[in-house]
Design a binder for this molecule. Structure first.
Ligand code: COA
Length: 187
């Protein structure tokens, strides 16, 4: 099985409904917290080249993730990571995460990049990419982002805590950290 990973475009519109089905299926798995999107939303991401798609050579959809921008592109969220059950535990999420991270850096080099997750796999991969755990107060305060959590079984916890605390861990990549490190190494 050979899986190809690419920046999505309009030629991938035909996969939008299947991606939503995968999201719906995964959200029923124990411990999974994933925002369900509409096929239109997925197509918009594809059309604007703000998504990574993984396709098996036989054309089966194997994985997906997309980019959202917040606070006037001060923040970029790498969201909606999904790998179809058949393709899990073979390093595919790591490859998709790397590509969506690279794409985010190319498109928004000055943005802080973040993910919120309950998944150990995502924590591991983001740690490898230079993300650090932070409190929710370090992320976008844009209400629309947090409204995206509506539908999560833990949404009441988030609301009760004024969008400052929930069960997800927030992971943040700050491009200015790299510059600080470079300066320290030069001293
Ligand atoms: C989470 C998910 C994306 C992982 O995909 P995957 O392709 O199986 O992950 P990878 O094979 O790239 O694994 C990356 C690392 O995470 C580990 N890992 C993967 N799944 C794991 C799990 N369920 N529990 C603990 N560790 C896990 C792997 O062992 C690997 O670590 P290692 O290199 O140290 O061995 C996939 O299980 C999925 O789609 N889940 C449902 C949707 C979801 O939860 N998305 C995340 C939303 S934030």
């Amino acid at each position: 099985m050979k899986v190809n990973i690419a920046v999505a475009d309009q030629s991938h519109f035909k996969y939008a409904e299947k991606i939503v089905e995968m999201m719906e299926g995964s959200s029923k798995e124990r411990g999974t917290v994933l925002a369900i999107r509409t096929p239109e939303y997925i197509k918009d991401k594809m059309e604007n080249h703000k998504a990574i798609i993984a396709l098996d050579e036989d054309g089966t959809i194997a994985g997906f993730s997309y980019i959202e921008t917040w606070s006037h592109t001060k923040f970029v969220a790498n969201s909606g990571l999904i790998v179809a059950p058949k393709y899990r535990r073979s390093g595919l999420a790591r490859q998709i995460k790397r590509r969506i991270f690279e794409l985010s850096r190319e498109m928004y080099p000055y943005a802080k990049i973040f993910s919120i997750t309950t998944q150990l796999a995502v924590m591991k991969i983001n740690n490898e990419l230079g993300f650090k755990p932070v409190s929710f107060s370090e992320l976008t305060s844009e209400q629309e982002f947090w409204e995206g959590c509506y539908g999560c079984p833990n949404y009441d916890i988030l609301q009760r805590n004024d969008c400052k605390i929930c069960l997800c861990t927030a992971l943040l990549y700050d491009p200015s950290d790299e510059k600080k490190q470079q300066k320290q190494q030069e001293i």
